[in-house]
Design a protein around this ligand. Structure first.
Ligand code: NDP
Length: 482
């Protein structure tokens, strides 16, 4: 289409998830004529089958132990039972409310909404649910979906999209994958009373996270009765006998279950977009290839969020969408620190992390490592077991804090605050001269006086989740911040 022909839209966004909605809304606010297409539900993965419902369900699981734990504080609650259907219904109501907020935000910004899927006809035209629309610029923000397993019997497995709508809570669950989703659903099902097995190829969950954090998580999971099948080599097959499934691992172990849940990663949603007709290139995994300004191989077509398969986190997609709208139609992009993105995994207790792991730091040069583990104050009266872990990774030469890691109550809230300091380049001395709030767990981050070790080069091989010494699982000294 020649440049002289007016387009229906200045910008058309394909996908109404976190990234797409932010991009459309901000671009429209800058005066662009914007359209957006969403085939399923406004808000995308995060709102509908991801972060939001997941966290509500983790919260549901946390209530399970509260009556027993409150006894130490003088309360007597009668034992209760959990109503799974009530949880799912209430969660669905809340998600529907959020869907409405998202669509109203878009309409309020003057964006034209299409509740349909979009396919490229050529580089500037799209078929949107049977209507042909043209746009000067197009943003692909179609996200991803759970990757299905490939072993025999995969039809007996569910993925995370299904897990949010199960008619009842399964009594025995096998989770395949020790990543974000496997760990978070282990917390949900175990907390609500199911027998949970997590099957992993690695010695510890969460490959890529700091090793101390991974060990602390494996301990916490084991303490809560989650059975970890580490270094199992993967799944050989799944068979079904009526409602009962049997998972056979590559190491020969067999596990019976009512639900087999594959959480083995996600794959970008590009298959039905007709990207070849628009000249947009993908990599070998089906992700849209982009340059540093989110531009695809077609210079007027951009891609943001999980469809690019880079850092698959909601705040990253949102920031990319916002930055692009500002760059194309506004005063220029806001600067985000994409190199030090804090992230959390909502186990109970949760863990959170920002910056470099010990191993990553040591590969750059000597690093001072500060680690503390303590029994949180609440556990003294509640009788709950489990210890908090806090860790700072500090560049030995400059004393800049390169990374902060925590497993324990409120870890995501605490690390979110610390990530500002770390993004500002705070040194260990800056942490040391900061006064704590007493009594809190967070104050431990500013009272870490004694260096635990110096890290130089890679650490010794990882310990196995199943070989963590039992002695480490008991209560230890209490963190008093004194
Ligand atoms: P992850 O990439 O986090 O983890 C995948 C897990 O599956 C890994 O343990 C991996 O093992 C394992 N795995 C991969 N392939 C196989 C296989 N063929 N057989 C056996 N195991 C396998 O993916 P998730 O599905 O858990 O989550 C997807 C993404 O969603 C995350 O990466 C994250 O970006 C996002 N997310 C973020 C959340 C948050 O911010 N709290 C919450 C949920 C999801 P190995 O290490 O050996 O490769």
């Amino acid at each position: 289409m020649p440049d002289t022909v007016p387009y229906d839209f200045d910008l058309f966004v394909i996908g109404g998830g976190s990234g797409g909605v932010r991009c459309a809304r901000i671009a429209a606010g800058h005066g662009a004529r914007v359209g957006i297409a969403e085939a399923k539900a406004w808000g995308g993965t995060c709102v509908n089958v991801g972060c939001v419902p997941k966290k509500l369900m983790v919260m549901a699981a946390e209530y399970g132990t509260m009556p027993a734990e409150a006894r130490g504080f003088g309360w007597e609650f009668a034992p209760g039972r959990h109503d799974w259907q009530a949880l799912i219904a209430n969660k669905n109501t809340e998600i529907a409310r959020l869907n409405g907020i998202y669509s109203r935000l878009l309409e309020g910004a003057g964006v034209r909404l299409f509740e349909a899927s979009a396919t490229f006809l050529d580089a500037h035209r799209l078929d949107v649910g049977g209507r042909i629309v043209s746009a000067e610029r197009i943003v692909i923000a179609t996200g991803g979906r759970p990757r299905p397993p490939e072993f025999p019997g995969r039809e007996h497995c569910i993925v995370s999209d299904d897990a949010f709508f199960l008619p009842e809570r399964p009594q025995r669950v096998v989770l395949l994958g020790g990543g974000y989703i496997g760990i978070e659903f282990a917390a949900i099902f175990a907390g609500l009373g199911s027998e949970v097995h997590v099957v992993m190829r690695q010695p510890l969950p969460l490959r890529g996270f700091d090793d101390d954090l991974r060990e602390a998580l494996a301990e916490a999971m084991t303490q809560q009765g989650v059975r970890l099948h580490a270094r199992c080599g993967g799944v050989r097959r799944v068979t079904a006998d009526g409602a009962v499934k049997c998972v056979t691992l590559e190491d020969g172990t067999e596990i019976d279950a009512d639900l087999v849940f594959a959480a083995i990663g996600r794959t970008p949603n590009t298959e039905t977009l007709g990207l070849d007709r628009a000249g947009v290139e993908m990599n070998g995994f089906g992700a849209v290839c982009i340059d540093t300004e989110q531009r695809t191989s077609a210079p007027h077509i951009y891609a943001i969020g999980d469809v690019t398969d880079q850092l698959n986190l909601t705040p990253v997609a949102t920031a990319e969408g916002h930055a692009m709208a500002d760059r194309l139609y506004g005063p220029g992009p806001r600067q985000w620190a994409f190199d030090k993105v804090a992230t959390a995994v909502f186990f109970t207790p949760p863990l959170a992390t920002v910056g470099l792991t010990e191993t990553e730091a040591a590969m750059r040069g000597p690093a001072d490592i500060y680690v503390t583990r303590f029994t949180p104050m609440r556990n003294t009266l509640s009788g709950r077991s489990g210890r908090t872990l806090m860790k700072l990774v500090v560049d030995q030469q400059t004393q800049v804090v390169l990374g902060a890691h925590m497993l324990g109550e409120d870890a995501p809230e605490i690390i979110q605050g610390l990530s500002i300091a770390i993004n500002c380049g705070a040194t260990k001395a800056d942490f040391d001269r900061t006064l704590g709030i007493h009594p809190t767990a967070a104050e431990e981050f500013v009272t870490l006086r004694t260096r635990t070790r110096v890290a130089e080069g890679p650490r010794e091989p990882e310990r196995d989740a199943q070989s963590l010494p039992a002695a480490e699982m008991g209560a230890a000294e209490m963190g008093l911040g004194c």
